[in-house]
Design a protein around this ligand. Sequence first.
Ligand SMILES: [Fe+2]
Ligand SMILES: [Fe+2]
Length: 293
Amino acid sequence: MRDFAQMTSAWQNATHGHGWIAWLDEGGWERTLDTFSPMLPALAVEIAWEVRDPEISVRRLVQAVRKDPILAVNVVRLANSAFSASATTITSLDEAVVRVGTRAVRQLVMAAALTGRLRNPKTYGPNARQLVDHSVGTGYIASFLAEQLGADPDAAFLYGLLHDIGKFVILKLAWNDKPIPPTMGQVRLEACIESRHARVGARALELWRFAEEIRMPVAWHHDPAAAPSHQRSAALAYAANRLAHTYGLGCPADPADLLADPVVINLGLSTPVLARLEAHAPRLQQVAAALAA
Ligand SMILES: [Fe+2]
Ligand SMILES: [Fe+2]
């Protein structure tokens, strides 16, 4: 007699993955995602949580970063490259934080903490690394745009960084937690990710207790006009994502005339703002490289 697992898999094969997609749509996956730890290391989350405060002192920030030696090395490296034209080489973490500035260090820490495990191809598939690069790039672009447009750059960094977190959730489920039936295939999985990742990501963030100001832009980053609240943040997440695609951050470059896009026009993005972002782009690459080290 066949066991339950075999019967389930036979049923899934017969339904060509409909069962898997229904399970995803109906929230069956939520029970497998009850804590941060499966996707994010506990220490990293603790550090990321500590540095969320924009008013954090240099001393407290240094203490938090020091808990993770790899992170500490990366902050010093960053201070010696992307953020400094000075010839003096920095060796201490205190000096590095002062030179780089607390916001840059806080963003680096949050990006490192929240994406540290997501690069693992065994858990998230062969494109995990590019997807993380795309997420980090979008976080920095969103933060930059927010600064230019008078919005909150810290919130923008987080919703930019996390805008595609639903893709990681679905990939993890498909590769590990409840593998897709073979008959569903890669093409249907990709279509499923495209159509569901924004909603699944927002729901995962809710389970992880992220605030609505972060969840809403994530939920509506492909359709900001339909957002029931936080429409401007959703539009900003949309624009940051499109710009990350334009620059080819973690994906093939897709040159598009963003200034012809009504969402971008309504947001108030102009040629000078985009030119400033372009000048800023090499620094984004250096930050991404420091993170990947
Ligand atoms: Fe997306
Ligand atoms: Fe994206």
